[in-house]
Write a protein that binds this ligand. Structure first.
Ligand SMILES: Cc1ncc(COP(=O)(O)O)c(C=O)c1O
Length: 411
């Protein structure tokens, strides 16, 4: 992948397998993974309930292009955790976001999508756009090569946690969807101010737009995501990554009103009217649904989330302690199992404030230093995060190696 090739300014590792919180590289070296494949494998490696469910399903058939009963159990479990009653499955979080955008545009008859600086919602044209602030005469432009400038021009990017900017973005009444990560998680960690997400849902609805919470990463931080923690009432929730534990799977939840619209606009091939352009051959395949069912019912239980939150606190306390002991003007990021190094004295509230903590040189140095000592900190601004497979000893080893890294930094 182009973005991964650019991510590591050193040769990649090749992997042969793993067990629990560790994977083993092609040289036979074992590394404890604190990035969890960018949160796409929170169950851990090797034998576990998800691996067993997938193996059982593979022996029966991986894909039928018909639903399996697991899809019903997964939809019910997701509804139970979020109060979002209807769910549709895709192959990835990117495709879940893409379909939520298409449905929102169809329902509202509008094209504009409001996004937040520092966001990431997948490699899709409508969201890989930068600029286009409300009131600006210059439209948003593609963030990378190969993206449609026409699509990018429909994006409006505003600062996270800024309700005044949101009000301005919604003022023209031309927004189809406000798409937001409940906490920015790809540019270090930016938590929402109290009431920010509640107000976002309220203001969006009041202006005839729809709101989607992209819980792809935050799902791994809270049981039922931030939706449940804050009792939020969005129009869509999008998920992916760890839900399938490495088996490609995305999902989006929707309100009864939206589900009814989707039901009424199936893509029956009767010219001249076609239905909604949603779906894919391998969406909701049997393997992915077996993985998600095992994940939700056997691994990612409320008790398991509590356990990893305790480990995450140990991690964040340890990072704060090592920073204080060295007199650095930094602090730990912390939310449940997620921690990290905030390279400013105050926690950020916007991407602009988070940017100093996104330091590629420091990240590269830390990744290589830690990898040579048995710790994999792949995307150093997106972790460390504790998975369901980690132990207290794993966390303590991370802290020991990270402290030694700080001791080796030249001031
Ligand atoms: C918040 C968020 N949404 C969506 C995605 C896209 O996920 P995928 O690449 O698995 O489709 C990512 C990936 O990092 C993400 O962090």
């Amino acid at each position: 992948m182009a973005w991964m090739a650019g991510l590591f300014r050193h040769p990649t590792l090749f992997v042969t397998g793993g067990k629990g919180s560790r994977f083993i590289d092609a040289d036979g070296i074992s590394l404890i993974d604190f990035n969890l494949a960018d949160l796409s494998n929170t169950v851990g490696y090797g034998d576990n309930p998800v691996a067993q469910a997938v193996a059982r399903q593979a022996a029966r058939g991986a894909q039928f292009l018909l639903p399996t009963e697991d899809a019903l159990v997964v939809a019910e479990a997701l509804a139970d955790r979020t109060s979002m009653p209807f769910w549709q499955f895709t192959i990835s979080a990117s495709t879940a976001n893409m379909e939520a955008i298409r449905i929102a545009r169809t329902i509202t008859g509008r094209q504009k999508i409001v996004l937040f600086d520092g966001k990431y919602h997948g490699h899709i044209d409508p969201t890989m756009a930068e600029g286009g602030a409300p009131g600006s005469s210059i439209a948003a432009v593609p963030e990378a090569m190969g993206l449609s400038p026409h699509e990018a021009a429909n994006a409006v990017n505003i600062p996270f946690n800024d309700l005044t900017a949101l009000e301005a973005a919604l003022a023209e009444g031309d927004v189809a969807l406000v798409l937001v990560e409940p906490a920015l998680s790809n540019c270090s960690l930016v938590l929402p101010k109290p009431e920010f997400l509640q107000a976002l849902c309220r203001m969006t609805r009041a202006t005839g737009a729809l709101a989607a919470l992209d819980e792809t990463h935050t799902w791994a931080m809270e049981y039922g995501g931030f939706t449940r923690m804050l009792a939020l009432k969005p129009d869509f929730i999008t998920l992916g990554k760890g839900l399938g534990s490495g088996i490609p799977l995305g999902a989006y939840g929707m309100t009864p009103e939206i589900a009814e619209f989707v039901q009424r606009h199936r893509d029956v091939d009767i010219a001249p009217t076609r239905g909604l352009a949603i779906g894919g051959t391998t969406f909701a395949n049997a393997l992915a649904m077996a993985a998600a069912r095992a994940m939700l019912t056997e691994v990612a239980t409320i008790d398991a989330y509590q356990r990893i939150a305790t480990l995450g606190q140990r991690m964040a306390d340890g990072i704060d302690a090592m920073i204080a002991a060295r007199g650095l003007p930094w602090r730990a990021f912390r939310h449940g199992p997620r921690s990290g190094f905030c390279l400013t004295p105050e926690l950020p509230l916007t991407y602009a404030e988070a940017k100093p903590s996104v330091n590629p040189e420091l990240s590269d140095a830390r990744r290589v230093f830690m990898a040579n000592r048995g710790i994999w900190d792949a995307i150093a601004t997106a972790g460390p995060q504790v998975s369901f497979a980690h132990s207290t000893d794993d966390v303590d080893l991370y802290l020991q190696v990270a402290a030694s890294f700080l001791d080796n930094l030249e001031r």
